[in-house]
Design a protein around this ligand. Sequence first.
Ligand code: BG6
Length: 485
Amino acid sequence: MKEKGFPKDFLWGASTSAYQVEGATYEDGKKASQQDVINKDSYEKFGFATAEIASDQYHHYKEDVAMMKEMGFSAYRFSIAWSRVFPDGTGEVNEKGIQYYRDLIKELKDNGIEPIVTLYHYDCPWTLVEKYGGWLDRQIVKDFEYYARYIINEFKDQVKIWTTINEQSIIVQYWTQKCYIPEELLDGKHDQLRYQINHHMNLAQAIANKLVHELVPGGIVGAPLGYSCIYPLSAKPEDVMAMQNAQALRNDYYTDIYFKGIYNKAAQTYLEEHGLAPIIEEGDMELISDPKAISDFLAINYYASECAKWCEDDGSHTMRWSGVNRSGKKGEIDGFETHPGFYQMCKNPLLDTTDWDWAIDPIGMEYLLRDLYNRYNKPLMITENGLGAYDTLTADGKVHDDYRIEYLRGHIAACKRAIDKGVELLAYCPWSSVDLLSTSNGVKKRYGFVYIDRTDDDPKECKRIRKDSFYWYKKVIESNGEELE
Ligand code: BG6
């Protein structure tokens, strides 16, 4: 009988992404990425911090790694900023930029922490956006290959676990937050471009998979996907069908590419019927389905489950995309994704939510782990999971984030139940190791085990303060996931 619980070599850690923690946007030769531009705009519109300083990890990485070691991390998932290494996207490498990642990776390895590297996390070099629109143009695939080949070659001896392009599913939904999209494309008539961007990313991730398989001895590679399980609002057959449609378009459309090298039929048919399907050129599907381009595992970013209901086709062909809650007040989400005649997303009346309307659902984690493993029979990792919350620094310099502990406890227990039912789970890396710049809500929405003393308006010194969850997670790791109380 297999022993129950987390395996002995299970990787415990946490995640971040470059532009959300590093800061030093224009330092040591780095040039802007599209996120530096998008976040400057969110500062002006909503008062959310810019990416210029973020959590200042560029200057604090040694201190941050020391705290990871103190918590007992065996892994740290982070991304490399393309525009730090190639400030203009291609051409000459920026020596000081690549040196930062050499130093960070060395620091991690010296402290017994396995680096899990993400090649791309929303931050396309701005020069490429100016040149040809970034991911909107197929040229990006070639430029990405140039960048990815360099990085994979550079770190092939130190880095064995690679993840490719962060959250293609979320990029399709929230394309203006995750990519710079010019105003004139926002009239609803250009929505096909969401899926065209995704197709370019499918080609790019296939190339990155091949590169890891060819260049990294013993290396494994997979995509980090924003993934939520989807429930039907009711047991009405129409709602159950809507759930299946949503599952096809929001989830299987990505995982079928990564593991089977095909576009999911139901989703692709829907997109074709509505003029949203990407243009696929000769040779594209051969590349995507090449055995060396198939992922070894799926890296799952899970925060909340979703709910779908039937939506009649009113003949208008008017669809809408996922809403967002900018205010941080429950209930102020500004709408749900709707595809008439296919499905409509909706609130799950049975689940509590965060202040930003994300449903809190640990059972959803167990459900999706078992479902994905049963369907694809590939190992899984959790590369994001966490609670965005307002934290308070008390007068005695502490942060009592018992709500975060409760959230994480439930999700770790769910991972354990999934493992006990046979799921091969390799790692748990919640979001995030330190507080950072949220992609949609500034720095006031916090996720970290370590509090960064700054506000949206004032970066102060970015002093690091251990939260209660820091000490709790340390015990969880020490006990290999047995001690959750
Ligand atoms: C994931 C992203 O979608 O969710 C992260 O990979 C992001 O970059 C995280 O920060 C939490 O979302 P948000 O909008 O609260 O930052």
